[in-house]
Ligand binder design. Structure first.
Ligand SMILES: NC(=O)c1ccc[n+]([C@@H]2O[C@H](COP(=O)([O-])OP(=O)(O)OC[C@H]3O[C@@H](n4cnc5c(N)ncnc54)[C@H](OP(=O)(O)O)[C@@H]3O)[C@@H](O)[C@H]2O)c1
Length: 278
């Protein structure tokens, strides 16, 4: 039995993967940001999986203070972490800043993963063999990176520009971290879950909602199908020892050329560490 921490577990892909992982017999710790919704999710995962080994904790990934408090709380409660699933994600139609003064999409989707992973890294290494799963997106292929204007302060903000940049940063982090973890018995892999009919699309502009509801019905896969690559990377023996890779539909795939730029990825790592004060 592994102890598995899943962020963004209260909805969509994270919720469905949590049901699968609980059904496989692992202890699953669900991370939510709303107390009542998280409690309801624990009940749902227990009921659907038939497992009582489902617990929860709260964290708002748009707040570095909340992430730090969460990591401390996790250490106080648990003495191991076999699999960390970084999944919580968001889109923002308009440019917004977090309390920490960082563009919200980058803060939640990338810095949230980056800070949480680094704060729990020694515990993960202590639990080796262990895994880190990073939910990115095929959107990362279209991502750009501008270290002097990470949050589009100088202009040009767009919902997809911000989202694809954050998802590119996910793949860069995965590759940089895999190098840092060499020989430590901890693997880290990124994935695209597919185009999935989840509530993340609710954050898209109002005008696009009628089109999206048709796309959801005709083109997108269900959250249950979307959770499959996530649960595969979390526990399948087939990927034991595989690290630093990008997956779609349980298969390795080449990531974007920009994501393979090691020097740039290193600069993004250093800048991220600076932004989260590590
Ligand atoms: N859906 C797709 O087609 C698709 C495609 C590629 C990649 N992805 C990636 O898949 C991941 C999961 O997304 P999803 O599609 O399952 O969307 P979703 O149903 O909207 O789920 C997102 C999860 O993240 C949580 N979350 C968002 N902001 C948070 C914050 N500030 N603090 C804490 N939790 C927060 C949400 O909590 P609440 O329940 O409280 O809102 C929810 O549990 C994301 O990383 C996304 O980028 C999705």
């Amino acid at each position: 039995m592994k102890t598995i921490l899943v962020t963004g577990a209260t909805s969509g892909i994270g919720l469905e993967a949590s049901v699968t992982l609980a059904r496989e017999g692992h202890k699953v710790v669900l991370v939510g940001r709303d107390e009542a919704k998280t409690r309801r999710t624990v009940d749902e995962v227990k009921q659907r999986s038939g497992s009582s080994n489902v617990e929860s904790m709260l964290c708002d990934f748009s707040s570095q203070a909340s992430i730090r408090a969460f990591a401390e709380g996790y250490r106080a409660k648990y003495d191991r972490l076999d699999v960390l699933v970084n999944n919580a994600g968001t889109v923002n139609e308009h440019r917004t800043l977090t309390k920490d003064g960082i563009e919200s999409t980058f803060a939640v989707n990338h810095l949230g993963y980056f800070l949480l992973t680094n704060l729990l890294l020694d515990l993960i290494v202590k639990s080796a063999p262990a895994r880190i799963v990073v939910v990115s997106s095929a959107g990362h292929y279209r991502g750009t990176m501008d270290l002097d204007d990470l949050g589009f302060e100088k202009g040009g903000y767009g919902i997809m520009k911000a989202y694809t940049r954050s998802k590119l940063a996910n793949v860069m982090m995965t590759r940089s971290l895999a190098k840092r973890l060499e020989g430590k018995g901890v693997t880290v892999n990124a994935l695209h879950p597919g185009g999935v009919a989840t509530s993340i699309w609710d954050g898209a502009p109002k005008w696009s909602q009628p089109i999206l509801s048709v796309v959801k019905k005709l083109v997108l896969i269900t959250p249950e199908q979307g959770g499959k690559t996530l649960s595969y990377l979390a526990t399948s023996p087939e990927v034991e020892g595989t690290t630093g890779k990008y997956f779609e539909k349980n298969k390795q795939k080449g990531c974007a050329p920009l994501a393979r730029d090691e020097a740039l990825a290193e600069k993004v790592w250093v800048k991220s560490a600076e932004l989260v004060k590590l």
